[in-house]
Write a protein that binds this ligand. Sequence first.
Ligand SMILES: Cc1cc2nc3c(=O)[nH]c(=O)nc-3n(C[C@H](O)[C@H](O)[C@H](O)COP(=O)(O)O)c2cc1C
Length: 334
Amino acid sequence: MKKILPIFLTLLFTMSLVTGCLAAESSEPAFTLTMQIGNPMMTVNGTESEIDPGRGTVPVLQDGRTLVPIRAIIEAMGGSVNWDEETQTALLELGGDIITLTLGSQTAFFNEEAHTLDVAPVSIHDRTMLPIRFIAESFQFDVGWEERTGTVTITKQMDSAPVETPAPTDEPEQGKTLVVYYSATGNTEAVANHIATAANADVFEIQPAEPYTDADLNWTDENSRVVHEYENPEERDVALVSTTVPSWESYDTVFIGYPIWWGIAAWPVDGFVAANDFTGKTVIPFATSASSGLGESGTLLAETAGTGNWTDGMRFRSSASAEDVRAWVDDLGL
Ligand SMILES: Cc1cc2nc3c(=O)[nH]c(=O)nc-3n(C[C@H](O)[C@H](O)[C@H](O)COP(=O)(O)O)c2cc1C
């Protein structure tokens, strides 16, 4: 008996350690999603993916609240999103609960219950940006915020297994086409979207960290931002929200679009072109303008890039139709 007691005690101690470990493990959240202001990627349970696949949209801060394009986030959380174009309302569903948020309205509903938001949903570059804290907390997730890095963390202890995110494949897809564009007033964006449809391509928008307002773009005002930058070329190094295209290596054809400003490419594209390696890629510039041609814009961008096989490209009128664009893309024979 004397010998058995120490063995029993050792066993008891070992078991308590194991149980302790299990208890510690089960206090880890079963679902963790992190994302960062200005970063188009999110991490869901350790797997990185795009927040707005193919669009490069990033979370933004507005009046101290983080606004995000919601679809992929809600789907990762196990819910779904529907958009009612007529009423400009997003319907988010998760576990039988429904949140409705309307563009420009500070009133949101959780099921039948009305809530007043600090910041109304806004549309940024055609994307509806919704307040993530209100949404996640209404659906009973915990939300953390790290000021220093601008990181949002959404966690949940789940009874059932969280929704699986697909494991990344070893071999990235190759031979895809990408349309990169900058557009100040929407004309180039429309052409970019027509190209994407015609060429079955992904889209990446170049966004200045400080977007140009109508007053900024007033080239008839000698005190406007754009005139100041035009007259002082050293001021044209515009900070961008992001120059990183997800899966950049998978694209072998890249269209680059921009408005013509004073006969050359609007300078927000310069920073994107300088920051990326175009080796092995065919690069096709395109522009919209009131009347000027492409001029030297493509050649100057090719010089800035220093890599890539840059082709002649195409200038479109500001209101080019989908048919004009498709005819050109079809002629390229991609
Ligand atoms: C600052 C500025 C400079 C411009 N310079 C020219 C120009 O030199 N030649 C031209 O034909 N159009 C010029 N435009 C007109 C734009 O190129 C044209 O409206 C274009 O379609 C705008 O594209 P976006 O809507 O994508 O910004 C200029 C516009 C702005 C705002």
